[in-house]
Structure formats: structure tokens, C-alpha cells
Design a binder for this molecule. Structure first.
Ligand code: TXA
Ligand code: MG
Length: 314
């Protein structure tokens, strides 16, 4: 992992696996390297980036003021699929936070990510800024192949894609705003409301997603996470259309079954790769029957509503 850490230290980009999705990493203290993330992704420059660190010990480097409930969350769920938004320290420059006075920090739970972050820290690095390793607005990649399909035309000679297999969670981390009296979910994920309340002893604030323009979470744009195919929710599929539903839902004749997960966790894990498979097969439409429930299902609904939004508009 030393080679990849050296690439980061020298200002290159390293795409790496996490348990949620693959990230596109750069040294979070190097403005030029971070600027390349934005150009490779084609992402607007005022969207803030999550800083990835090797352990919660580094939270103090990036944060100015961490409430007790955020420490409880970090203890319970890091390394894990959770990003804490806290007041920033001077280390968190405007080019990371999009000029906001807060910064998002996460310790990912994946051996390759942790190995990279540890080697990077040993080499003197403070944190790795990493958005999901997709072009802006597209479905996040959950395999190294998907990263390569998304970004290889845009990456440079010295940049690296690390292969750590398929991501175990499959949807992006839960983002929790920790700047108020109580935690507030900005983006739902595998760390659920019940888990946050259990850890903090507090009631999570209303409004699962911050209102548009209130705070810049690009995943909170109405249309995001979209494949080329039109995504249609909760309808009967027709012959020739792609189909994603729980295993107990039968496949009608002539329909192209893309996934038949047995559990909600498996649904989240295979969702993005199944949407990509629809594009690879050149399908015009994918019908998704959403599972019923709580927990990770909230994150599945969130992503699918955005994936379907563009379709509903056009
Ligand atoms: O699971 C994940 O979180 C993945 C992996 C790679 O860690 N990363 C990820 O990054 O999903 P990205 O940039 O695709 O999405 C992070 C979201 C963005 O929508 C960004 O606007 C929001 O987090 N964000 C980052 N810092 C923030 C802050 N200070 N305040 C509010 N939102 C923030
Ligand atoms: Mg993203």
C-alpha cells in the first residue's frame, strides 16, 4: 500500500475501495490534487468533499468543535459507513469544504482503504479527500471495473485504481450533521436512525434530508445516482425491460431480471451494479420494485427516488 500512498503524497489520485462505494482520493491538504478530483469527476467546485482518515484520533485535526454525541457515534460506528459533519479546523481549507465552515470526516471500514490511509498517515499525510469515483450525477461504482469504466478516460498516467473486490454495503455512507444540539441525517445509509439514537441517546432531528440549497450535499440534488436507462419504480415490467426486485417477486415473461436479492442488505449491495448492468445490456428501461421496511431500506428509497427523478421529469 506504500506505493499508492506515495502517489497521494506526490499529488496523484488514487481510486480505492471502501465498504460503501469506491472513492477517488487525493491528499486533502493539496489544493492542486483536490482540483483534479473535480475535473476528473466533472463535479461543480462548490460541492464539499469527505475527508477520510485512518482512525478517530485524526478527527481532532480536522474538527474545531466536536459534540459529545459525535464522539459516541465515532466510537460506535467507525470504522464504518458513516460520515460526521463537524465544525472545521484551519486544516480544512475552503477547497475541501466548498467554503462552508463545516467538514465531513469518515473512517472507512475496508482493509485496502485502511491500509492506504495508514500508509498515507505514516508518510506524513493528514487525510484523503474522496468523493465517490463516478462522473458527476452517475451511479457510484462498487467494483474496480466500474471505476475504470467511469474514469479511465479522465485519469492521468500516474494515477492508480486499487482493486478490493465488490463493496459490501453498496450505497454511500450515512452523513450526519453534528453541528446542532442533536444529530441530523443529511443522507441516509447503512448507519440507521435507530443506530444513531441507540448510540447517542438523542432523538434524531426531523427532515431526513436537508432541504435543497440549505446545505450542499450533491446527493441531495433531486436527480442523481442515475444510469443511462430510464428508472421506473413499482410498476409491472414489460418484455424487454430490465427488472430488479426481491427474490420472492417473480420475473414476468420476456423481462430481463438484473437482480433478485434475498435480503434488504443484499438489495443495497447489488443495486448500483444492477443499474450498471442495465446500461451494459443497452436496456432502455429498468423497473425496480422497492422493498418494504426500515433501516437500509430508507437509503435504498432515497437513491432510487433520485435515480428515477430524471425519468419522471422527461
Ligand atoms: O460512502 C461514502 O460516503 C463515499 C465513500 C467514497 O466514502 N463517498 C461519497 O462522497 O459518497 P461524495 O462526495 O460522492 O458524497 C459525499 C456527500 C456530497 O454530497 C457532499 O456534498 C457531502 O457529502 N458533504 C461533504 N462535506 C459536507 C459538509 N461539510 N456539509 C454537508 N455535506 C457535505
Ligand atoms: Mg457521490
Amino acid at each position: 500500500m506504500g506505493d499508492a500512498a506515495a502517489v497521494l503524497i506526490s499529488g496523484g489520485l488514487v481510486a480505492f475501495p471502501t465498504e460503501t462505494v469506491y472513492g477517488l482520493g487525493a491528499d486533502a491538504c493539496n489544493e492542486v490534487a483536490v482540483a483534479r478530483i473535480y475535473s476528473v469527476k466533472g463535479r461543480p467546485a462548490d460541492h464539499p468533499l469527505i475527508v477520510h482518515v485512518a482512525s478517530m484520533d485524526a478527527l481532532g485535526d480536522w474538527a474545531a468543535d466536536v459534540p459529545a454525541y459525535a464522539i459516541a457515534l465515532a466510537r460506535d460506528y467507525w470504522p464504518g459507513p458513516m460520515t460526521l459533519v463537524v465544525r472545521r479546523s484551519n486544516l480544512a481549507a475552503d477547497f475541501i469544504t466548498g467554503g462552508q465552515d463545516t467538514v465531513g470526516v469518515r473512517v472507512p471500514n475496508h482493509p485496502v482503504a485502511l491500509g492506504l490511509l495508514e500508509a498515507f498517515t505514516k508518510a506524513g499525510g493528514k487525510g484523503v479527500a474522496a468523493p465517490s469515483a463516478n462522473r458527476f450525477g452517475n451511479v457510484s461504482p462498487t467494483t474496480a471495473q466500474a471505476v475504470s469504466d467511469e474514469l479511465s478516460d479522465y485519469l492521468g498516467m500516474g494515477d492508480v485504481i486499487l482493486d478490493g473486490g465488490a463493496c459490501a454495503v453498496g450505497v454511500e455512507s450515512t452523513i450526519i450533521d453534528c453541528t446542532g444540539e442533536v444529530p441530523k441525517i443529511l443522507r441516509p445509509g447503512a448507519v440507521t436512525v435507530a443506530m444513531i439514537e441507540e448510540s447517542t441517546g438523542l432523538v434524531v432531528s426531523d427532515g431526513k434530508i436537508a432541504k435543497k440549497n440549505e446545505i450542499r450535499v450533491s446527493g441531495s440534488l433531486d436527480s442523481h445516482y442515475s444510469p443511462q436507462a430510464t428508472v421506473v419504480l413499482d410498476q409491472s415490467p414489460e418484455a424487454g425491460q430490465g427488472f430488479i426486485a426481491m427474490a420472492d417477486v417473480a420475473t414476468p415473461d420476456g423481462v430481463v431480471r438484473l437482480a433478485a436479492p434475498q435480503t434488504h442488505e443484499e438489495f443495497a449491495r447489488v443495486l448500483y451494479s444492477s443499474l450498471r448492468a442495465a446500461d451494459e445490456k443497452g436496456l432502455a428501461t429498468v423497473v425496480v420494485i422497492r422493498p418494504q421496511g426500515e433501516g437500509i431500506v430508507i437509503a435504498i428509497y432515497d437513491r432510487l427516488e433520485r435515480a428515477a427523478y430524471r425519468s419522471a421529469e422527461s
